[in-house]
Design a protein around this ligand. Sequence first.
Ligand code: UDP
Ligand code: MG
Length: 326
Amino acid sequence: MPAFMKHNKDISVIIPVYNEHDNIEELYRRLLESVKKITNKIEFIFVNDGSTDNTTLELIKLAAQDDNVFYINFSRNFGHQIAVSAGLESCTGDCVVIIDGDLQDPPELIPALYKKYKQGFDVVYAKRNQREGETVLKIATSKLFYRILKRLTKVDIPLDTGDYRLLDKKVVKILNAMPEQNKFLRGQISWVGLKQTFVLFDRASRKNGKSGYSYGKMFKLAVDAVTSLSDKPLVLVSRMGFVVSFISFIVILYTLFSHFILKVTITGWSSLIISSMFIGGIQLFSVGIIGEYISRINNNTMGRPLYVIDNTNIDNSKTVEDSSKL
Ligand code: UDP
Ligand code: MG
């Protein structure tokens, strides 16, 4: 085997982990069992997203046992999408599986995903049949989010999917070449196109620990999703401008008419308050939407590194020591 191919694996598994120390051992065991059915040329890349529990120790322990286990320890919590992105930048496999670290995504599904990949699909995503142990509010908000997203974007994002999926190496290359700072990988993957399919599965509830996705983080993801895939909110702002201007014009005409012709001067305190509140609300809303897009431009022009690696056992990775190269 030529030297440059030495590190190439058949399958890379990327696992973003944030405070998952109770899940890592079982996850690794089940992953290994599942992937071993396909090949022995495997690598597991755990991206530790600034965990504050014993996740780091667990990973170091695991890496000492198995040469195919790699970890990337971030310097702080950068968020799930960034953690997955870091994994995508470091993996060497012909295909890549992205899986959550909380055992909500069953590792046993990987052979089924792989089978579809072998049939010639470039992206095989795992589609949820049902969701156990998630709050009604979480299910409702995520449903609503996908509905809105579907309306706003031309990109067809499959409903009821998370980030659990298998990607061909060429899709990974395209994703790595996408320069945006605010990642929404599900959307980006749909945007890529190529041959995509899905495998159905039942989503379990989280095994141990608690969800690292607060409503704040979910809201940020939702905003990133919309702004990365659609300009429609901006169109909405200008349309609202038109509508409000039109209404104002009619009201102005009416006011002038009643003042000069009917000689009735309206005392109308309520109408004044209502109209100024209405216009004020619309203005703030519009400025907010425009602000979201400006903040994306700002993030992208700053061009900061997406993440900072504290330490890792992967060669050639960019750690804080050589931050001049970041
Ligand atoms: N995660 C992460 N960084 C975060 C939050 C979550 O890397 O800031 C990881 C987490 O460890 C898990 C995956 O992303 O492997 C999905 O997160 P979680 O299960 O908390 O989200 P939920 O399933 O509740 O949407
Ligand atoms: Mg989860």
